[in-house]
Design a protein around this ligand. Structure first.
Ligand SMILES: N=[N+]=NCCCCNC(=O)[C@@H]1[C@H]2[C@H](O)[C@@H](O)[C@H](O)[C@@H](CO)[C@@H]12
Length: 459
């Protein structure tokens, strides 16, 4: 598409037009919005255990109620229709479907997701289903969880149950959400469930997550669903060196290999980044030559989660990579993340150029800010609106450069349980009063509705 076609002059405004059929959407995750974690036969997840363990989540918050979506899902689909979103990315809680993680299917759990999918289709909203967004069945963690190589088979069997039962209506599947966070935050730093601090377990989790992804892709292909598309969602943090010194540039390369290439390279090239294998040398897991053929099973699209960049300097003896992130001047979100929209353009172009121009969806982008309703009940979150607008501009730039970006899911549809931060961080374009469960579309949500209707941005 030439630039001319995408920048149409409409009156005095310059429009940034997105391609026809571009999928504007919102994203959520099961443990963050559903509540009712043990209802109707569901088994406990590692996040149910982790949040109920004192000291793990700010304020002792848990996902016991969250946004009560398990009971309010019909009204939430109406809300999505009001927003005019064309697609909705949500995750399925593995322990609702297989309470023990393996074996008997919990029909009640499966029926919940079947009803949700039917309501979305009825509302002309395309479902994008994430098979795993961090809520591993506790019973599988008792067997080692992602550090146990058998998890690849357990995950593929779980995925296959869903392909069989929902594959007639769900045509877009994401195997894993942010496996980097699963391994790094859950098994190495211990900040997320299951709260382990074990480098050996964490690096084996990296490999087993990739194996599980590949086994699920192969199971999907076996089902021979021609309309179906499957991919994975990875989180990225483009690192910039804090100075042009060789030490800082080397630190940025280490951070880049660990944050951005650790999963991307095996999936697209069949090899781990050499700097990482060398860096972790004697801790690196034993792998089988045949593993790489499973891991690199071709996918139909890559989900990209982008929030910010990291400015990195060499820091001997500090952290896993002997690096430190330097806080930058300029605006930050309530998470303390620098607002750096250009990083999205840089990231999309890098993936496009370095990994063979894959089909991409931005499966998460958004910002937490201190939202408060004014006396009239209106939530004027202009900071979030500006954040989104600036990032949409960068996504449009990337499309102009030929990046095959086919959709954009704002994180998040509504304020929800922000993991170890509990309910203290609000990412929604819809405000949730967690006392009353009242939903209020924020100013950013009303603005987003207009972007979707015009399929573009006015200057
Ligand atoms: N360096 N460094 N590291 C830390 C990187 C943490 C990145 N966190 C995410 O990307 C999570 C993603 C998640 O899918 C969603 O469930 C979360 O609610 C959002 C908001 O937090 C984002």
């Amino acid at each position: 598409m030439g630039v001319g076609k995408a920048l149409t002059q409409k009156g005095s405004e310059r429009m940034r037009q997105f391609p026809q059929g571009f999928l504007w959407g919102c994203a959520t995750a099961s443990y963050q919005i559903e509540g009712s974690p043990l209802s109707d036969g569901a088994g406990p997840s590692i996040w149910h255990r982790f949040s109920h363990t004192p000291g793990n989540v700010l304020g002792g918050d848990t996902g016991d109620v969250a946004c009560d979506h398990y009971r309010r899902w019909r009204d939430d689909v109406v809300l999505m229709r009001e927003l005019g979103i064309r697609a909705y990315r949500f995750s399925i809680a593995w322990p609702r479907v297989l309470p023990e993680g393996r074996g008997a299917v919990n029909e009640n759990g499966l029926a919940f997701y079947g009803r949700l999918v039917d309501a979305l289709l009825e509302a002309d909203i395309i479902p994008f289903v994430t098979l795993y967004h961090w809520d591993l069945p506790g019973s599988l963690q008792d067997l080692g969880g992602w550090a146990n190589r058998d998890v690849a088979g357990w995950f593929a069997d779980y995925a296959d149950v869903l392909f069989g039962r929902l594959g007639d209506r769900v045509h877009h599947w994401i195997t894993l959400n942010e496996p980097w966070c699963v391994a790094h935050l859950g098994y190495i730093l211990g900040q997320h469930a299951p709260g382990m601090r074990d480098l050996w377990a964490g690096l084996r989790a990296v490999h087993n997550l990739l194996l599980a992804h590949g086994r699920a892709v192969l199971a999907f292909r076996q089902r021979n669903m021609p309309e179906g598309r499957i991919g994975i969602t990875l989180n990225f943090r483009p690192p910039h060196p804090g100075s042009q010194s060789e030490q800082d540039r080397a630190a940025a390369r280490r951070a880049h290999a660990y944050h951005n290439r650790l999963f991307l390279d095996p999936i697209f090239t069949g090899r781990y980044p050499d700097p990482i294998v060398q860096w972790f040398k004697d801790s690196w897991p034993e792998t089988l030559q045949s593993d790489q053929d499973v891991i690199r099973a071709p996918i139909d699209f890559l989900g990209v989660n982008y929030y910010t960049r990291n400015v990195v300097v060499h820091a001997p003896g500090t952290g896993l990579l002997h690096t430190r992130v330097i806080r930058q001047p300029g605006p930050h979100t309530a998470m303390g993340w620098e607002i750096y929209p250009e990083g999205l353009f840089e990231l999309l172009l890098w993936i496009h150029q370095a990994y063979g121009s894959p089909v991409l969806y931005i499966t998460e982008n958004g910002a937490a800010f201190e939202d408060r309703p004014d006396p009239s009940g209106t939530v004027r979150d202009t900071d979030r609106l500006d954040y989104l607008r600036q990032h949409f501009v960068q996504a449009h730039r990337a499309i102009q450069e030929g990046v095959r970006l086919q959709g954009y899911f704002v994180w998040s549809l509504m304020d929800n349980f922000e993991w170890a931060h509990g309910y203290s961080k609000r990412f929604g374009i819809v405000y949730v009063d967690f006392g009353s469960q009242k939903r209020t579309i924020k100013q950013s949500g009303h603005w987003y509705c207009g972007v979707i209707a015009r399929n573009g941005l006015e200057n």
